[in-house]
Write a protein that binds this ligand. Structure first.
Ligand SMILES: [Fe+2]
Ligand SMILES: [Fe+2]
Length: 157
């Protein structure tokens, strides 16, 4: 996990995460902080084992840490921007071209409903991103834009 720890110490990464924390400090809905990223990583890793995908841990954690950084520049369509910003950081942290391509693909698809049921890296990552949200305990649940059937109104294991 050496390269993932490099991401956590990467100056550009830290500046994007700090900007998001600042932008979201009064946000009543789910935030896109390190807790969200790590929850998504852990759930994606579990799903990868459960679904016999064996996606390398470092790819899962890298995608999870970086998937929302585009929000530092634009909330809407942040996925594409996250991928662009991630490429630079991933290169700095020693990921090769093929790995970067896989990670960027998972990042780009994390809002694409059509990938939700896929038995693939992007499929488990899509689900992990959503499963990381504790809608059942959220005080803003009533105003949240997520469709009722998408919300985690109970624990899904
Ligand atoms: Fe996102
Ligand atoms: Fe997310």
């Amino acid at each position: 996990m050496e390269r993932v720890n490099k991401i956590l110490n990467n100056k550009k990464y830290l500046s994007y995460m700090k900007a998001i924390d600042h932008m979201e400090k009064n946000r009543v809905f789910c935030r896109h902080n390190i807790e969200h990223c790590l929850a998504a990583a852990r759930i994606a890793l579990l799903l990868s084992y459960e679904e016999n995908l064996d996606v390398p841990k470092e790819l899962i954690y890298a995608a999870a840490l970086l998937h929302d950084i585009g929000r530092a520049e634009a909330e809407k369509d942040h996925r594409e921007i996250s991928g662009e910003l991630a490429e630079d950081i991933l290169t700095d942290c020693g990921f090769n071209k093929d790995e970067i391509c896989e990670i960027k693909y998972a990042i780009a698809c994390h809002g694409d409903d059509t990938t939700a049921k896929e038995n693939s890296f992007r499929g488990i990552f899509y689900r992990a991103d959503k499963l990381s949200r504790n809608c059942f305990m959220c005080s803003a649940k009533g105003e949240c834009y997520w469709a009722e059937d998408k919300k985690n109104s109970y624990l899904k294991v």
